[in-house]
Design a protein around this ligand. Structure first.
Ligand SMILES: Nc1ncnc2c1ncn2[C@@H]1O[C@H](COP(=O)(O)OP(=O)(O)OP(=O)(O)O)[C@@H](O)[C@H]1O
Length: 652
């Protein structure tokens, strides 16, 4: 089956895939047995292809830089002429040239497995390459080839830090290929953003590109057809920031396109009457603080919902004059107070959010990072601000919104890589039409998984964690302690202090010197406490002494709400055939349990570790199912909204 990589809508002003209506269940079912196997076959590892690239590389290694450049020009010309079906020989040539340039520029030549991964991406698949297999370098083969063929490539990373880091590392290689490369920094001006997106290869987080696309959609002002856009560009400059959505390669694709896909992206502006909004949020908070759980309201922690009872509603009716006029009608005041109660009881500081310079910043559960430019919707953000007594920001007016699911489907070509795709293979297919293929590892993994320890109380857990870290660090092994929240990082840090273990902490609250902390985490005897920030994409490089002592040991101190995140954290150890180990030290008070079944956490604590472990695993599976259902609901709503809008004449 021949290789193919589209990405170009010939001659389009703003190339992007059409917004297709949702497929019926029957269509999906038929495609699962017809299209999916075909796509998988096309992308699956073909060792002969890798062998041809390596062999071609031998002929290139003796060439001068100038001769190599001439070869590159000829290959780029061939790729452009071939359009969507370049043929295997051209791809082999292009891969071998990029590989040779990487050898000269970075002193790293792609391994056969990286060649297979990149080929899968070019063929529109998700390549599952184990953690530490070198996806960052593998992506350069796919991105470089697509850019040489004239496509505008977006390499989407899991966060802004990785976008900057990867662009900086690979810029020299791309320059050798005659290609420009840029990273999009959050908070940059529109001009800087436009300049960055003009590069051949752009590294950016998914959120940055999606927001830029939303801005463009607003700027298009309903003209999304080619002629409309060209006419507008002719009269007043295009004003658009992106050169369309041609070719995306998504690193850590499950994090970007699945975990982050639970909330829609919203482009918004502040409203006119900000002062009254703030007054209402403060009044609702004051009333909510007077009310009592059980007497006035009930909290369903499983569903994250608050219900006012009769007494609560009556009490609120008596206090209604504290609210501004517009908030006095019963449904509105009740909604505001329910939100305030939820802010008080269901949203915890240093877990769901942190306070930085008087501002509430949401902490993303999956990445452990703060999301300074995001806010909770429906007044919740303001309610949390009122609870914290900080300045209340205004609820913003929505200009445009899109879900990640619908955004990524607008790319003409889509492919990606991750270490953890299998668990989400069904979702990749049903939502994005992406098959998943497994790529073999370069070297056999030497990572050992130790037996999980479970205790009843959190205090015992932290003491065990600190003891383990001390014992290993004394033997010269670096230790990474993975936590789920900022508060847990503090607990781990206190336990380490009590045993006199020197360590560093990396969390959403202290992310300024991330690169420096990561750089030191692989030194012999180093102990690092980190939230999920270090759980994905982070490359902890061991020094010789640490390698000799047995490599990095990862301690997971809590299960996450998805098995993929646990696997990513363990994957910091034993990379590229290095020695290493990972273990979980858990307890019955871990927050995964209260979130999904606090009712029985005390009960199971009385039983042994096996019961707690199976309750935790059960809670994890339940959390996964809840999240899948939430994403499906969000997508259905979004598709419905898009259909209604197109019915009323707005096609995007
Ligand atoms: N071909 C190569 N030759 C030598 N070193 C390599 C090669 N490819 C990758 N590496 C090194 O392997 C390490 C791991 O690479 P990288 O961080 O890209 O892995 P990854 O697959 O993205 O891991 P994760 O899934 O954890 O994000 C890096 O230190 C990188 O420099």
């Amino acid at each position: 089956m021949s290789d193919t990589f589209p990405g170009q809508a010939p001659g389009a002003f703003y190339p992007r895939a059409p917004a297709e209506p949702a497929k019926s269940k029957l269509d999906r079912w038929i495609e699962k047995y017809t299209a999916l196997p075909r796509l998988r076959r096309r992308a699956r590892p073909k060792r002969f292809f890798a062998w041809r690239v390596l062999r071609c590389g031998k002929t290139l290694s003796g060439m001068s830089d100038n001769r190599l450049l001439a070869e590159l020009h000829a290959t780029a010309h061939g790729l452009r002429a071939a359009r969507a079906h370049p043929g295997e020989a051209l791809l082999v040539r292009s891969f071998a040239l990029i590989r040779e340039c990487a050898g000269r520029e970075l002193d790293q030549r792609h391994y056969a497995t990286q060649i297979l991964g990149a080929r899968a991406v070019l063929n529109g698949a998700v390549a599952e390459m184990q953690t530490g297999e070198g996806k960052t370098l593998a992506i350069t083969l796919a991105a470089g080839t697509a850019a040489l063929a004239g496509r505008r490539v977006h390499v989407i990373t899991a966060n802004d830090y990785l976008a900057g880091r990867d662009a900086d590392t690979m810029r020299g290689l791309y320059a050798r290929l005659g290609l420009t490369c840029a990273a999009v920094e959050p908070g940059c001006t529109l001009e800087q953003r436009r300049a960055a997106f003009a590069a051949d290869i752009v590294y950016a987080s998914g959120k940055e590109v999606a927001f830029t696309f939303l801005r463009d959609r607003v700027a298009m002002g309903g003209r999304s057809g080619d002629i409309g856009l060209r006419t507008r560009a002719y009269f007043d400059g295009s004003g658009l920031l992106l050169p369309g959505l041609q070719f995306a390669i998504v690193d850590e694709i499950d994090s970007v396109m699945i975990d982050e896909a639970r909330t829609p992206l919203i482009l918004s502006v502040p409203p006119a009457d900000a002062r009254i909004e703030a007054e209402a949020a403060r009044a609702a908070h004051a009333i909510a603080s007077e009310m009592k759980e059980g007497r006035d309201y009930r909290i369903d922690r499983l569903r994250h919902a608050v219900e006012l009872n009769r007494t609560g509603c009556d009490r609120l009716a008596n206090l209604a004059e504290l609210m501004p006029d517009a908030w006095r009608p019963a449904p509105i005041r009740e909604d505001a107070v329910r939100t305030a109660i939820s802010a008080i009881h269901l949203h915890r500081r240093d877990e769901h959010y942190i306070l930085r310079e008087g501002k509430v910043e949401i902490v993303d559960e999956f990445t452990g990072r703060t999301m300074p430019d995001r806010s909770w919707s429906a007044g919740l953000h303001q309610a949390v601000e009122a609870k914290e007594g900080v300045e209340i920001t205004t609820r913003r007016v929505t200009l445009a919104q899109i879900t990640f699911q619908r955004f990524f489907r607008r790319y003409i070509h889509l492919g990606g890589m991750t270490g953890t795709a299998t668990e989400a293979a069904d979702e990749f297919w049903s939502v994005y039409d992406l098959p998943v293929v497994r790529i073999p590892t370069h070297k056999r993994s030497r990572r050992r998984t130790w037996k999980t320890q479970v205790s009843a109380r959190a205090a015992t857990k932290w003491a065990r964690v600190a003891k383990r870290a001390k014992a290993l660090s004394d033997r010269g092994r670096p230790v990474l302690i993975g936590t789920r929240t900022v508060a847990a990082s503090e607990a781990a840090s206190a336990a380490l202090h009590s045993l006199g273990v020197a360590h560093r902490v990396l969390s959403a609250a202290q992310d300024a010197d991330e690169a420096a902390v990561v750089a030191e985490a692989g030194r012999a005897g180093a102990v690092t406490v980190a939230t999920n920030m270090a759980g994905r994409g982070t490359d902890i490089i061991l020094d010789a002494e640490a390698r000799k002592a047995g490599g990095l040991h990862v301690i997971m101190t809590e299960m996450h709400s998805s098995r993929r995140i646990d696997r990513q954290l363990a994957g910091r150890a034993g990379r590229q055939g290095d020695p290493g180990s990972a273990e979980a030290i858990l307890c019955a008070e871990d927050s995964l349990l209260p979130e999904f079944g606090r009712r029985y956490s005390r009960l199971i604590a009385r039983f042994g570790g096996r019961v707690v472990l199976s309750a935790l695993s059960d809670a994890q599976r339940r959390a996964e199912r809840t999240h899948v259902a939430a994403r499906r609901r969000l997508l259905e709503l979004d598709e419905q909204m898009a259909e209604n809008l197109s019915f009323t004449g707005t096609p995007e």
